[in-house]
Design a protein around this ligand. Structure first.
Ligand SMILES: [Zn+2]
Length: 312
């Protein structure tokens, strides 16, 4: 019975498809869904916030032969320039709200600068942010730190980084450096700029969130760690930049590093600890939401992106 019916039904469907008017015609809409992603971590709520993306000529930036970079990217269906995510993260501990990095604001062109809009789209308001913690003072991390946009937040950064980037000879180097100094001044004038002395034991920002030194990419580059009920996430800032290259080969460095010789072992140590302990890491320049875990694979590591969840 079923056998006899099927061809007739298919023919009828085809006839309808051929004669139906094109109700669905319209312009392609472009754009992307609002860039936020939620992860429950014990009692803490983590919200990844996309700042957008920037095209990076990583073949020229990574310190290895360009052909090698291009070959590695081609192996995973990527090329140059490499569209590179810029991510920030919000931690709600239940009693405090901490923003880890702030995106670029206007400093890197129109394809980025969306942290504030995505923070609002995710249901939070900038007035709720108690602490802005900065991994390091490059413009794609501190660019969105406006004292007026975040009227109740303190700005926290390792003093080694602020001492370096706010030194008069550094500020004199260009418009980007001046813009960053002006952002910090906004917080300082309001009594809300609170640099901290880094410590290997960690510096508590709020209960459950602390800063740990990861000096190398910049003089005071810091990671932040949030822990709740035995679950842990590390915010890596610029411990690494190009997933396709630097997970399999942690020794490959990048021109953005203030001190590549110091940055490489920091990266290798961070990878090894994350793989051993199995905690989440959240990385500024890994494809949004940039949250995942690491697994040892030969001499390098595999990146295991977080499983998509709608029910936690
Ligand atoms: Zn960066």
């Amino acid at each position: 019975m079923l056998k006899r019916l099927l061809p007739v039904t298919a023919a009828a469907a085809l006839a309808i498809a051929c004669t139906a008017p094109a109700f669905a015609a319209g312009p392609q809409l472009k754009g992307q869904a609002p860039g936020w992603y939620r992860l429950q971590l014990g009692d803490f709520e983590i919200t990844a916030l996309s700042d957008g993306s920037i095209d990076l000529p990583v073949d020229k930036l990574l310190k290895q032969p360009a052909e090698k970079t291009i070959r590695t990217l081609q192996n995973v269906y990527l090329g140059v320039p490499l569209e590179t995510s810029v991510n920030a993260y919000l931690v709600n501990t239940g009693s405090k709200i901490v923003l880890v990095d702030t995106g670029t604001a206007g400093l890197f062109g129109p394809t980025a600068g969306r942290v504030l809009a995505n923070l609002k789209a995710s249901g939070y308001s900038p007035e709720q942010v108690d602490e802005i913690v900065i991994t390091h003072m490059h413009g794609d991390h501190i660019g969105g730190a406006s004292s007026t946009a975040f009227p109740n937040a303190q700005l926290r950064v390792d003093k080694r980084d602020s001492d370096f980037w706010l030194a008069p000879e550094q500020v004199a180097k260009g418009d980007g450096a001046k813009a960053i100094a002006a952002l910090v001044k906004g917080f300082a004038d309001a009594g809300r700029f609170k640099p901290f002395e880094g410590s290997a034991a960690g510096v508590e920002i709020v209960p459950g969130v602390k800063a740990v030194p990861a000096y190398g990419h910049t003089p005071g580059h810091s990671n932040y760690v949030a822990e709740s009920k035995g679950q842990k996430i590390m915010f890596w800032g610029d411990v690494m930049h190009v997933a396709a290259v630097q997970f399999p080969e942690p020794a490959v460095t990048i021109q953005f590093d203030s001190d590549s010789a110091a940055a490489a072992p920091v990266r290798e140590k961070a990878y090894a600890a994350a793989a051993k302990e199995g905690y989440y890491v959240a990385v500024t320049h890994v494809s949004f939401p940039g949250i995942g875990k690491l697994r040892v694979d030969g001499k390098g590591y595999d990146w295991l992106p977080v499983n998509y969840s709608t029910n936690r």
